[in-house]
Structures are given as C-alpha cells and as structure tokens.
Design a binder for this molecule. Structure first.
Ligand code: DGL
Length: 270
C-alpha cells in the first residue's frame, strides 16, 4: 500500500488528487487528529509524532509513505530519511510535499515574486526559501503564516462567515509585504478547503496554487522512475483510513474532503 500521512484532514486533499490520477493503487491514510494541529509545535515534537506515524504505516504494510503535510515534511522528513529509514527497512521510502511543489513553482511565476501561505512551523523552518534558492535562485519569496486557517478546517468552519476575516487578513498581509507577487502557493494541505474564500480575497492576476495535483503528478513520475517500488505496491483500487481520534468524527469530515468515497475508518493509537 501507499501510506498517506497528515496531522489531520488536510492530507485528504492530496489523497483525492492522487487517487484521481492513480485510482488503481491501494492507499492507507492516517490522520493524527488527536494531536493536530502540528503547525505550532516544536521541531522535536513534530519529528517524534511523524516518526510514530511512519512506523505505524510501515507496520501495516505500507512500502512507501507520503508525508502529505508541509509541517511534517519541513520538520521531520530529512531526519527520518537520515536517522531512521535504515532501521525501519532500507527498501521502504518516505517522501514529502515541499520539493515537488518547489519544482513546479519556478515554471508558474512570471514576475519571479512568490508568496508562500503556510503554518507557523513551515514558515519558521524556512524550507521553501531554502529549496527555492537551490532550484530557482532568482525567485523572491515571501512566506506568510496563517495560524487560524488549519483550525477553521479541522473544526469544519471553513465555509462560515467568520472564516472570511482570517482569510482576507493573511492574503492582504502577504500582498502588502510584496505587491509584485503573482503566485500564491497554498503550502499547507488543509488550505484547499478554504479555496472559495481565498479566491474571493485574491486580486485578479494573482494565481493560487494548491499542492494536490503537483504531488500526484510527482508521485506518478517517481513510480515510473522506480519500477522496483511500483512492483511492490498492491493495485486493487482500495483506500482505508486510520485516525487517532474518534472514527465517526473522522468519517463525517472525511466525506466533505473526499465526497463519493467509501470511507471505512479505524482508530489507532500512536
Ligand atoms: N496540513 C498540514 C500542513 O500541510 C499542517 C496542519 C497542522 O498544522 O497540523 O502543513
């Protein structure tokens, strides 16, 4: 199976795009809803939680785990790859979402001014700035933390009138900091759920880039380049779901993120 991990529901926006592109594979999704959000947690804590999640997915047969969470990708991916993967099974892989997003950004911006909307954890890690500097050193990056956006999604308030205030506030702030921005990256997998409000407060001429499709395309390309991994993945078109919180609560929210999907949920402890 392909494991998809997020602190909560956000990774479902990535799973949805991955399944659209590659419906034949089997997926096991894990949301650490009991401990979400991760965005304001320290490096050590995000690393510890993410490692536990990866171990749980490996233990249930996943060969490949996607950290469909920017905060976990920023704070834990490299440490897991360097410190833990050997012990956990050298032939297994853990991939993140930052690198594939950055690879796409350079092709999207005309003005070469890009805004990154993300959690405080991702912004403080400066991961996007570092990756962009490697691939596209001419791109000017402004990162903006959007602290209330994940709770709005986790608590199903993304459509409520109250959400408008927080969405407008952060978009205004990033565009005030750099008015030349023509590309705003939703560098948190929860944010696509706020899309209608994000579009409402973004001026014309500024492109909004969600990550799901970019991650899906990058995963497909990865599997094409790594047939030895592709062969080990089961292909029955199934998706199963794990949560560290109440399964009924997960079911109710998951069906909003991924409508028309048969969601069977089990609770686990990490
Ligand atoms: N969805 C996660 C991300 O992409 C983070 C949400 C959280 O703060 O837990 O960064």
């Amino acid at each position: 199976m392909i494991g998809i991990f997020d602190s909560g529901y956000g990774g479902l926006s990535v799973l949805r795009q991955i399944r659209n592109l590659m419906p034949e594979y089997d997926y096991l999704y894990l949301g650490d809803n009991a401990r979400a959000p991760y965005g304001s947690r320290s490096f050590d804590v995000v690393y510890e939680y993410t490692l536990q999640a990866v171990e749980a997915l490996f233990a249930r047969g996943c060969q490949l785990v996607i950290l469909a969470c920017n905060t976990a990708s920023a704070k834990a991916l490299r440490s897991i790859q360097q410190n833990d993967l050997g012990r956990l099974g050298a032939e297994r892989r853990v991939l993140g979402v930052i690198r594939p997003t950055v690879e796409a950004i350079g092709e999207l911006t005309q003005t070469r001014h890009v805004g990154i909307l993300a959690t405080q954890g991702t912004v403080s890690s400066r991961s996007y700035e570092m990756e962009l500097a490697k691939l596209y050193p001419d791109v000017v990056v402004t990162a903006q933390a959007c602290p209330m956006w994940v709770p709005l999604v986790e608590y199903c308030e993304f459509d409520s009138p109250g959400a408008d205030y927080f969405v407008k506030k952060r978009i205004d702030a990033v565009l005030r900091t750099d008015p030349q921005i023509d590309t705003l990256v939703l560098a948190c997998t929860h944010y696509p759920l706020l899309m209608s409000k994000i579009l409402r407060y973004t001026p014309p001429g500024v492109r909004i880039v969600p990550q799901g499709e970019l991650i899906a395309a990058s995963l497909k390309d990865y599997l094409r380049r790594h047939p030895e991994m592709d062969e080990r993945l089961e292909k029955n078109g199934k998706a199963q779901f794990l949560t560290t919180e109440d399964p009924q609560k997960f079911y109710d929210s998951a069906t909003i993120f991924i409508p028309h999907t048969n969601v069977s949920v089990q609770r686990i402890q990490l």
